[in-house]
Ligand binder design. Structure first.
Ligand code: HEC
Length: 144
């Protein structure tokens, strides 16, 4: 069996399962699973499929997995506001690719997508296209 390299493979499909923790359990855990292959190149549907579980369907941070994370996923509609009104697309792309770490001390709560999307398709351009589509989607939903 192929070993799965955890930071890259995520909790998708967990929306249903996540709340099935035992009543006695004090701590929720986020199970890491390999994302299902997708044919989508559309930023919005990719976001719903791969990001909403943590960031919330509205990207504001309230996804079902968020409360189980050590670091809370921020409100992704405020990226421009937090950056003097400019959407830092290059930086966001680098975060998604995993080239730029977000937290100073590094943390695995925000997964990187370069390898994950790359692994899902034979053609690496598809993975790149997905990350660009996601960045454009995030740019679209910035609070004005
Ligand atoms: C396992 C939960 C999880 C998933 C799934 C997830 N994220 Fe995140 N994300 C986080 C956390 C937690 C942070 C905050 C990390 C920090 O501040 O150290 C974050 C931060 C970010 C940031 C940086 C925000 C900023 O203000 O700098 C971006 C951009 C982002 N995520 C985009 C995405 C996109 C796009 C996807 C889907 C492809 C995604 N995330 C999937 C947990 C997740």
């Amino acid at each position: 069996m192929k070993r799965i390299n955890t930071p890259y493979y995520l909790i998708l499909g967990l929306i249903a399962g996540l709340f099935c923790f035992a009543a006695s359990a004090q701590q929720k855990t986020v199970k890491t699973v390999r994302p299902a292959a997708t044919s989508s190149l559309d930023g919005k549907s990719l976001f719903q499929e791969f990001c909403a579980v943590c960031h919330g369907k509205d990207a504001k941070g309230g996804g079902p997995a968020a409360s189980a994370l050590k670091t809370q996923p921020g409100d992704l509609t405020q990226i421009s506001r937090n950056n003097k009104g400019n959407f830092p697309d290059t930086k966001i792309l680098a975060i998604l690719k995993g080239e730029q770490s977000i937290a100073a001390h590094g943390n695995a709560d925000m997964p990187t997508w370069g390898k994950t999307f790359g692994d899902m398709n034979v053609n690496p351009n598809v993975g790149q296209g997905r990350m660009h589509a996601l960045v454009m989607y995030l740019q679209d939903i910035q609070a004005k």
